[in-house]
Design a protein around this ligand. Structure first.
Ligand code: GP9
Ligand code: MN
Length: 428
């Protein structure tokens, strides 16, 4: 019922984080690119195999002065994988404990998502993906989120060997997307969802430019090859961006959506990382994914703040100078001095700069040692973090399950009219 949103609003009001003032509006009016790096984990950054960097283009971006890079940024997805990442990135709402919220609620729920917010701030909004429009119910969800355009499969070239795994190969996909992007009225918000670096990490011979790793685990060893391919596609994309002149007028955000190698492959991962073992603590740390915000003139550097996918939207809105106080967002600006560094995983585990919780075990995040006996002071900190994590997950679940945003429209926001969007276009 309508009043149920009040407990959510009360909680958010009592736990504010004032956005960083120095960075407020530094990207005002810029085009925004959201580049979804499929299954891309942070450990790949600067990772070398056979003496070669696996991802030289992303490494370069990571270290550039005008890139704000985060090295303690975690994926927080559940079963919804890519869909959960998208939900968090563009709504600052968590995915659900089971299934995918985009599938169960994307069609019917009311949202106050990034595309709608930016559309109402003068932006054109478009999403791009080289797969069918309906995967993860995107074709319906994106209407609820207010995307003006949804470019998929039928908009792009096709041919023998153009596809691998879940869709169009990234290089073709990004190249084909460019011709549409150049026609978008500016400023635009464009999300590009890559797919080649997806399990089971297969790639045609002519695109393999680095050897497979040698862990002997078939589902792991192709990962560096598809990651290298994705990296090259990003390199080509950045070259285009420069040639088109859009680099001067745009902010480009890169993020990894979730792990590429699951905890089922402990032995192989230990080998990749040059470690003897790989335990639950290591696996929690292994959930780091890239978040890099690149823009001409941006005061960048490697930022060590702990945060996760839930925090991206408030961070970006602050950079864009778009007001978002009063919005139902469970994350906070990563650059805010009051940003909470407790990173929730979907199952209630969490990581903070001090502690890592996996099930009923607590580790020292710095050393990886199990804390056998919690001191009173440690217990107090952990109880507080646990409370925060369970409260935020359950409040977010209520918003999703009970469609609570239909009862609340933030000041200055106009409810999205889903029926005004139609993404149908058949190949001529
Ligand atoms: C498919 C793709 C994959 O369209 O985005 O989703 P995932 O399997 O990573 O959740
Ligand atoms: Mn994914």
């Amino acid at each position: 019922k309508a009043s149920d949103i009040n407990s959510v609003l009360d909680y958010l009001k009592k736990n504010p984080a004032t956005p960083n003032a120095e960075y407020a509006g530094v990207a005002k009016g810029k085009n925004v690119f959201i580049i979804h790096l499929e299954s891309f984990q942070q450990f790949l950054i600067d990772y070398k195999w056979k003496g070669q960097e696996v991802t030289p283009n992303l490494n370069k971006l990571y270290h550039q002065n005008d890139t704000l890079s985060f090295d303690n940024f975690f994926n927080q997805v559940g079963q919804g994988k890519t869909a959960d990442a998208e939900m968090m990135l563009e709504n600052s709402l968590f995915g659900l404990p089971e299934g995918s919220a985009m599938v169960s609620d994307g069609t019917t729920n009311t949202f106050q998502a990034a595309p709608a917010i930016l559309d109402q701030n003068g932006y054109t909004t478009a999403a791009f993906h080289g797969d069918v429009p309906s995967f993860w119910n995107r074709d319906n969800t994106y209407k609820s989120w207010g995307y003006d355009y949804w470019f998929t499969k039928n908009y792009f070239s096709s041919g023998k060997d153009y596809n691998v795994g879940y869709g169009l190969k990234d290089k073709i996909f990004l190249k084909d997307s460019a011709q549409y992007i150049e026609q978008l009225p500016q400023p635009f918000y464009a999300k590009l969802i890559t797919v080649t670096n997806h399990y089971p990490y297969t790639l045609d011979k002519q695109n393999q430019t680095i050897e497979k790793t040698d862990t002997g685990d078939d589902t792991v060893d192709g990962y560096v090859q598809t990651a290298r391919y994705l990296d090259q596609s990003i390199g080509e994309f950045m070259t285009w961006l420069k040639q088109s002149g859009l680099d001067k007028k745009s902010m480009v955000v890169f993020y990894g959506d979730h792990y590429g190698i699951s905890a089922n492959h402990k032995k192989a991962v230990a080998k990749l990382l040059g470690k003897k073992t790989f335990n639950n603590y290591d696996n929690a740390q292994f959930q780091r994914v890239p978040l890099m915000i690149h823009m001409d003139g941006l005061k960048g550097g490697i930022n060590h703040t702990y945060g996760g996918e839930i925090d991206v939207l408030p961070t970006l809105l602050n950079l864009l100078g778009v007001k978002h106080s009063g919005y139902v967002q469970f994350g906070t600006d990563l650059l805010s001095p009051q940003h909470s560094q407790t990173v929730a995983f979907r199952n209630g585990d969490f990581v903070t700069p001090q502690f890592t919780k996996v099930g009923s075990t607590y580790y020292d995040t710095g050393t990886g040692k199990v804390i056998k006996q919690l001191s009173a002071a440690q217990k107090a900190i952990i109880d507080k973090a646990t409370n925060q994590v369970t409260t935020e997950l359950s409040l977010s679940d209520r918003v999703m399950n009970e469609d609570l945003l239909r009862f609340y429209t933030p000041n200055g926001f106009m409810k999205v009219d889903k029926s005004s969007f139609s993404y149908n276009k058949k190949k001529a």
